[in-house]
Design a protein around this ligand. Sequence first.
Ligand SMILES: NC(=O)c1ccc[n+]([C@@H]2O[C@H](COP(=O)([O-])OP(=O)(O)OC[C@H]3O[C@@H](n4cnc5c(N)ncnc54)[C@H](O)[C@@H]3O)[C@@H](O)[C@H]2O)c1
Length: 290
Amino acid sequence: MGRLEGQVAIVTGGASGIGEQTVRTFVAEGARVVIADVQEERGHHLAEALGTQTSFLRTNVAEEADVAGAVDHALAKWGRLDVMFNNAGFGGVGGPIDELDMAAYDQTMAVLLRGVVIGAKHAARAMKPARRGVILNTSSVAGLQAGFGPVVYSAAKAAVAHLSRCLAVELAEFGIRVNAICPGVTVTNIFAAGMGLSGPAADALLPRIDAALANWAPLGRSGQPADIANAALWLASDEASYVTGQAIVVDGGLTAGRSLEEFGQRLAAAMGLTPEQWQAMREAARGAGR
Ligand SMILES: NC(=O)c1ccc[n+]([C@@H]2O[C@H](COP(=O)([O-])OP(=O)(O)OC[C@H]3O[C@@H](n4cnc5c(N)ncnc54)[C@H](O)[C@@H]3O)[C@@H](O)[C@H]2O)c1
């Protein structure tokens, strides 16, 4: 029996990357899933490939009527909503703060923060009467530390993590758990989309992005959509029934800290040590403190 057997989920941004893999994982674990995304061709294609356990609905998360429609669609088709994964996103507006285009700022926040708020609002509407449910929101390591995304994106992702804590407390009495997931750098089309690429042109870049990011995180490989989908599965399942109000980081150790080796090498260079002298100093340090 699957870990989400008989349950119904909505995955926004479900046509690509983390969302697509989560749809596949949830379906494999017995859930029926509404794929809610603006990418119609890709969304329909995925729903056709996965069969009657899925349904694609064109949904712009920035539009309340669209998200309300996705929730109504799940209720009308399958009679319940157990899991709402507010995952849709994009890089949004970039550039220096003193040149920020405020219309682009509004559009970015409309997707990354307003979209999550709307998703939580309509999920709670469906879940409160059932007195059970799980809301998952995709935040990011960019919401925890600077340097992993544009500033507006990063601020929105920080807000998503805190929104999740606040909603977890508000909705706990209704048996609804709310958590955020903070992916590290994960190999998806989000980077190509930021360059205006989509479809096969974006897919073709994935192996190169994978290789370029492989050694960044301490675990020595880049993050894959399945890494995040597996965390979403655990948080959605009853195995996490005592977990709420958390921002779960899945990043291969990227935000755990810096390498002591790198620090040491900088120090050695500042002290004018040769690699051999540095090595000798390290050997001597092994005996220190005895
Ligand atoms: N890939 C990473 O390194 C990374 C890291 C941290 C967080 N994230 C977050 O993960 C989430 C998923 O991104 P991904 O990496 O899988 O990228 P992706 O581009 O593969 O998938 C994002 C999906 O969201 C959809 N989308 C965008 N705007 C939408 C809107 N207004 N309404 C509905 N759907 C919309 C896109 O069509 C796409 O299918 C995003 O919230 C992103 O910010 C990604």
